[in-house]
Ligand binder design. Structure first.
Ligand code: ARG
Length: 461
């Protein structure tokens, strides 16, 4: 029998139960639900709303249910409707009448809002730790590759020389912002909605601050109507996860390119690649591809909840039960992707000779050649024109800027001297870009130091 059946003449149809039940997916909130109930019960006792005797029975019963659920001795079927009803029903079965006092001054609407916040607070902490591990891996990889010259691309055309360290730190900075966004989301989520009741709070003399503190929240929510119908925190988290996955997806795309025969800049470890059922030679970057693919799934999760919420009047509506599956899916997926991505990266073998060979072709030092003339007094736009003409001539004759003779240089501009060859060497092109943010080893070392202190501020305690 349903806990709410007293007002009805008939039982619900089986199909109604099937559509209505959320126990299949919200049972994973059982620990948060019981912790919330324990704090609520302690508050009811402290404020004298229930007796110490009843409170003790409730607390003992809830703890036993928790232990049985952890051990797997207690599970719930679909008839339990949702996790909140399931646990309250079980409590009353175990301790009798006193169990019926637990729901005083509470509704499932503030209860579910609480459970989800408690659950997601933990998820954010876990995901943040995983993201910090990836960030650390990137800093380590960068530190080992300060001199690994490779091309920087724009439009996927070779643009200017850089180093693998500089590229790794580009991704590190994306991840740094992802971590800051997660922290920001956690901070805003850190409000306890319990005490909001079904919509308009309660007439009982409850102590909201006590419950919030017992559950480790920074503060209580400000408005009961908002608190029971707010899912911004889930949407915000899924936006943050979408951005994080977008970064991993871009990185994956890059790794897939690097591992192609066309680039050959890197090779994945066997443990993070797969073979083909028909082509014996194949070694496929499936992990990177799956991370890229699963990014679409997270975007879908975000759009699902945004769409569920867009037409809802105040306050709680049952549509909101659809909030859990997408947010669980988004967290589960990110938790699956982040650690394997980190391991894949840490075991990926770089092929620096190939990177360097790619950087040495394609007139990647043309900007530096123009800068050479500019530093000798020619306006940059004119220098650009001179070097453009040189590149055109070289392309026609199958030469590069390195293989031109000094005479050929001087035919286009008398400003060229024998030091032009040094000025356009890859080492000089990279090493001279030592402004903050640049690829010169000393600049990248500063970027690494910044990221390392960002990490240690968050891991030392
Ligand atoms: N299972 C519901 C959900 O996930 C809990 C809240 C139900 N509230 C209600 N008034 N029916 O949203």
């Amino acid at each position: 029998m349903k806990l709410w059946s007293s007002r009805f003449e008939k039982n619900t149809a089986a199909l109604t139960d099937e559509l209505n039940a959320s126990i299949g997916f919200d049972c994973r909130l059982y620990r948060q639900d019981i912790l919330g109930s324990l704090a609520h019960c302690a508050m009811l006792r402290k404020t004298g709303i229930i007796t110490g005797e009843d409170a003790e029975k409730i607390i003992r019963g809830l703890n036993e249910i928790l232990a049985d659920m952890v051990s797997g001795a207690l599970t719930f079927g679909q008839d339990a409707e949702d996790v909140h009803m399931a646990i309250e029903g079980e409590l009353t079965r175990r301790i009798g009448k006193a169990g019926g006092r637990l729901h005083t001054a509470r509704s499932r609407n503030d209860q579910v809002a609480l459970d989800l916040r408690l659950y997601l607070k933990e998820e954010i902490t876990t995901i943040r730790t995983m993201a910090l591990a990836l960030l650390e891996a990137l800093a380590d990889i960068a530190a080992q590759n300060l001199d690994t010259v490779m091309p920087a691309y724009t439009h996927l055309q070779r643009a200017q020389p850089t180093t693998f360290a500089h590229v790794a730190m580009a991704y590190a900075n994306m991840l740094r912002r992802d971590i800051l966004r997660l922290e920001d989301c956690l901070e805003r989520m850190d409000e306890c909605p319990l005490g909001s009741g079904a919509a308009t709070s309660t007439t009982y003399p409850i102590d909201r601050a006590f419950v919030a503190e017992a559950l480790g929240f920074a503060r209580v929510t400000q408005n009961s109507m908002d608190a029971v119908s707010d899912r911004d925190f889930s949407i915000e988290l899924m936006s943050d996860l979408s951005i994080l996955m977008m970064h991993l997806s871009r990185f994956s795309e890059e790794i897939i390119l690097w591992c192609s025969w066309e680039f050959r800049f890197a090779e994945l470890d066997d443990a993070y690649s797969t073979g083909s059922s028909i082509m014996p030679q194949k070694k496929n970057p499936d992990i990177a591809e799956l991370v890229r693919g699963k990014t679409g799934r997270i975007y879908g999760d975000l759009i699902t909840l945004l769409t569920v919420m867009k037409g809802l009047p105040l306050a709680y509506n049952k549509d909101m039960q659809e909030d859990k599956e997408p947010v669980f899916d988004a967290c589960d997926t990110v938790k699956k992707c982040l650690p394997v991505f980190t391991d894949m990266l840490l075991t990926m073998k770089l092929l620096p000779e190939n990177m360097r060979r790619a950087a040495a072709g394609g007139f990647i030092n043309a900007t530096d050649c123009a800068d050479y003339l500019t530093k000798r007094g020619l306006p940059f736009r004119e220098a650009y024109g001179v070097v453009g003409a040189l590149v055109k001539a070289c392309s026609r004759e199958g030469k590069t800027l390195e293989t031109l003779t000094l005479e050929e240089y001087r035919q286009v501009s008398p400003l060229f001297e024998s030091d032009i060859f040094d000025a356009i060497s890859l080492e000089r092109c990279v090493g001279a870009r030592r402004v903050p943010g640049g690829p010169a080893p000393e600049s990248v070392l500063e970027q690494i130091a910044y990221i390392r202190s960002f990490i240690s501020e968050r891991t030392q305690d």
